[in-house]
Every structure is written in structure tokens, then in C-alpha cells.
Write a protein that binds this ligand. Structure first.
Ligand SMILES: *Cc1c(COP(=O)(O)O)cnc(C)c1O
Length: 395
């Protein structure tokens, strides 16, 4: 039985390889942090979403261990049968406090949070208006809903307005957008989106995965950046990036929306509870962030230092308001060759090209972390300059 499918899969795999799109995974021998061990090499890591440098923080690790001692390893259940511990409720409250929202529901990942959001909320009479560059998990979540779908060009408010006008034919409308778009590092124009939502009677959903912990004066995300705390109906986010980097996701926002998700959201109802170690560690993360803005201040200073330095050196950097710095090279091969040369210089970064980014928009993406020292950032910049001169990108 398998032979025919096997041959088909082999062909499929070789066509992926021939197109140069086969993803190879480098094995890291250390924990996730600024300096990591890859094979027999120590390199500075500039391609993790470890924005607050908490992935290997000792307070977070101790909290995970303590939670395992007090609450065990796994829950062997979903939340509504016998999988809810006191800690789950405490973490949901801590996340609501952090974002200034009414209530929060935990998921095993933000992929699940987005996957389980739209189907219970929006029926065939309703409309979802989605940014064209939204994350795959939002796209999949929208597909699972029977609502009428509209799409607007990335951050394009004229287009959003047109789509909202068309969507007046439906009963309820939800605008869905990433907070920070991960390839450029640009933020969604949330002030304009909320204005249009009011004008055209829509609610707003923002995915905070790359913005929470990063943007806004104290890092509390896109609603803090735009002075709209508590004004956006639904936010989704991950515990797998700035907030410790393990796993877990959440949806936070209006009380009735969260309540209905607890009743009807399929990834919540039919998938296991977030394990105690992750919950305990995440509680410690939100405790640390509520006690002091020091870590976020360091991230903000690091971003300023690095991007300022790269621009002064003459690099073409996409306008960014986040910890994502896209060094534009425009040529796919060059992006791969330069990333490899940077690795040889001890700098781990990734080159992206079509179809991950638009044609002729190849780039190397650098992600800055509070875990980097100024010395790390300068080493990265100096390596970029050295390699860029070699490839004729800088004179
Ligand atoms: C990473 C990411 C997700 C998925 O989060 P997980 O918790 O890893 O599943 C969803 N949306 C966006 C915008 C992301 O960047």
C-alpha cells in the first residue's frame, strides 16, 4: 500500500530540495540564550524570539522546578474535566492584569489560541476582515470559521475601509491583525484600525506574539503603544517568545468572549492543560515584569543601540518599531551566502527569501534581545560590516 505514496513523497521532497526550500535544522547543544553552542562552535544567537532574555533565566527555572514539586508534572486532562489547578487561574489573572483586560483563557500554544478563536465567535452571517500578512495560525483559524472572509493589504487603511464597507452586508464584523509583523518588524496601525472599527461597527482582534513584552513604553504590547489599553476586544499571545519561551498561549479580552471560548473553543476543550512547570514559570515571568521595567528598558536600549549602529554603518534597514531588524539585501542567494559567512564569524542569523518574503525582498532578519550585552551587539554589527564588505554590499 505504502509504495505508491512513498514514491510520491520522495518526489515531493526532492522538488522541495531542488527549489532550495528544504529546511535543515541546526542542533543546539546548550540552553537557549545569547551565546549558544552549535556543533563545535560557540555563536551569538540573533534569531531567537527570546526578546526579554528569559528563556534561561534562573528565577524562571527555579519557579518551574518549584511548581513541579508542588503541583506535579502533568495534568493528564483537559481544563474542564479535571485539568484546572489554582495556578492556571492565577496565571490567567496575571495575564489579564498585564494587558489591562477583563479575562484570559490559556491554550497549549498561540497557534491553538488563534485556531480556536474565530469558529466559536463568528458564524456564517458574520465577517472576518484579515490583514494579508497575518500569521499562518490566524489564517487557519479563519478557515475553520464559516464566516464571510475579507482581506486587506498589509497595514493599508484605505483597503481596510473598502473591505469594511463591503462587510456591512454581514451581522457582526471582526478585524484581525498581527500586532508586529515578523518579517519587517512593522506594527499594525492600531489607532486607525480602532477608528475604522468604530465607524463601521466592527470589533478588533490583535495577535500580540511579537509585540507583547516588546513594544509600548513598558513593553505591555500594542495597546500600550497606542494608548488603547482595555479598548481592543480580543488579544492573543504566546508564552513561547518574550515570556520565557517554553510553550503556551492565551486569548485575553472581553469577559463574555473569553467565557464563550471556555464553552466552545475546540483546542481548549479537546487538548491538554498547560503543564504546572510552564504555568509556575510563567507566573514568575509576569511577577518579574510587574515588579520592575528594568528588563524591558534594557531591550529598548539594545534595540536603539543596534539599529542606530547598523544604519550608521550604511545598512538598508526596513522601518521597524520592534525588536526585529530586517537587513535588506534583495537577492536570495546573497542572503543565504551572507548568513553562512556570518555564522563562520560566530553570528547566528537567518536569511529569508521568496516565498517567505515577497520576490526581490530577500533579507537577513536580526532579532535583538535584552539578553544581549552591548558587546554582543557590537560584535554582531562588526561581523555584518566585515561580511558585507566581502560581498560588496558595503564599500
Ligand atoms: C509565533 C506566533 C504564533 C504561534 O505561537 P505559538 O505559541 O508558538 O504557537 C502565532 N502568531 C504569531 C504572530 C506568531 O508570531
Amino acid at each position: 500500500m505504502y509504495t505508491e505514496l512513498q514514491n510520491f513523497l520522495k518526489k515531493e521532497l526532492s522538488s522541495i530540495e531542488e527549489a532550495g526550500l528544504y529546511k535543515k535544522e541546526r542542533e543546539i547543544l546548550s540552553s537557549q540564550q545569547a551565546k549558544i553552542r552549535v556543533g563545535d562552535k560557540d555563536v551569538l544567537n540573533f534569531c531567537a524570539n527570546n526578546y526579554l532574555g528569559l528563556s534561561n533565566n534562573s528565577r524562571v527555572i527555579d519557579a518551574a522546578k518549584k511548581a513541579m514539586d508542588s503541583h506535579g508534572f502533568g495534568m493528564s486532562s483537559v481544563r474542564f474535566i479535571c485539568g484546572t489547578q489554582d495556578m492556571h487561574k492565577q496565571l490567567e489573572r496575571a495575564i489579564s492584569d498585564y494587558f489591562g483586560t477583563e479575562d484570559t483563557i490559556l491554550y497549549a500554544s498561540c497557534f491553538d489560541a488563534n485556531g480556536g478563536l474565530f469558529e466559536p465567535l463568528m458564524g456564517p452571517e458574520d465577517a472576518i476582515i484579515s490583514d494579508a500578512l497575518n500569521h499562518a495560525s490566524i489564517i487557519d483559524g479563519v478557515r475553520l470559521s464559516k464566516a464571510v472572509r475579507y482581506r486587506y493589504a498589509n497595514g493599508n487603511m484605505e483597503d481596510l475601509e473598502r473591505q469594511l464597507q463591503l462587510a456591512q452586508a454581514q451581522r457582526f464584523r471582526i478585524i484581525a491583525t498581527d500586532g508586529v509583523f515578523s518579517m519587517d518588524g512593522n506594527v499594525a496601525p492600531l489607532d486607525r484600525i480602532v477608528e475604522l472599527a468604530e465607524k463601521y461597527k466592527a470589533i478588533v482582534m490583535v495577535d500580540e506574539c511579537h509585540s507583547a513584552g516588546v513594544v509600548g513604553p513598558t513593553g505591555r504590547g500594542i495597546t500600550e503603544l497606542y494608548n488603547l489599553r482595555g479598548k481592543v476586544e480580543v488579544l492573543t499571545g504566546t508564552l513561547g517568545k518574550a515570556f520565557g519561551g517554553a510553550v503556551g498561549g492565551f486569548t485575553t479580552g472581553k469577559k463574555e468572549i473569553i467565557d464563550l471560548l471556555r464553552q466552545r473553543s475546540r483546542p481548549y476543550l479537546f487538548s491538554n492543560s498547560v503543564p504546572p512547570a510552564v504555568v509556575g514559570a510563567s507566573l514568575e515571568v509576569f511577577r518579574m515584569l510587574s515588579q520592575s521595567d528594568e528588563i524591558h528598558d534594557k531591550l529598548a536600549a539594545n534595540i536603539k543601540h543596534f539599529i542606530g549602529g547598523m544604519k550608521a554603518a550604511g545598512f538598508d534597514i526596513k522601518p521597524t518599531q520592534s525588536a526585529i531588524c530586517a537587513v535588506m539585501l534583495y537577492d536570495a542567494r546573497l542572503s543565504q551566502q551572507m548568513a553562512a559567512a556570518l555564522f563562520d564569524e560566530g553570528i547566528y542569523v537567518t536569511g529569508f527569501y521568496y516565498p517567505v518574503v515577497p520576490k526581490d525582498q530577500a533579507r537577513i532578519r536580526v532579532q535583538v534581545s535584552a539578553g544581549h550585552s552591548i558587546e554582543d551587539l557590537d560584535k554582531c554589527k562588526d561581523a555584518f560590516i566585515k561580511v558585507a564588505r566581502k560581498f560588496g554590499v558595503l564599500k
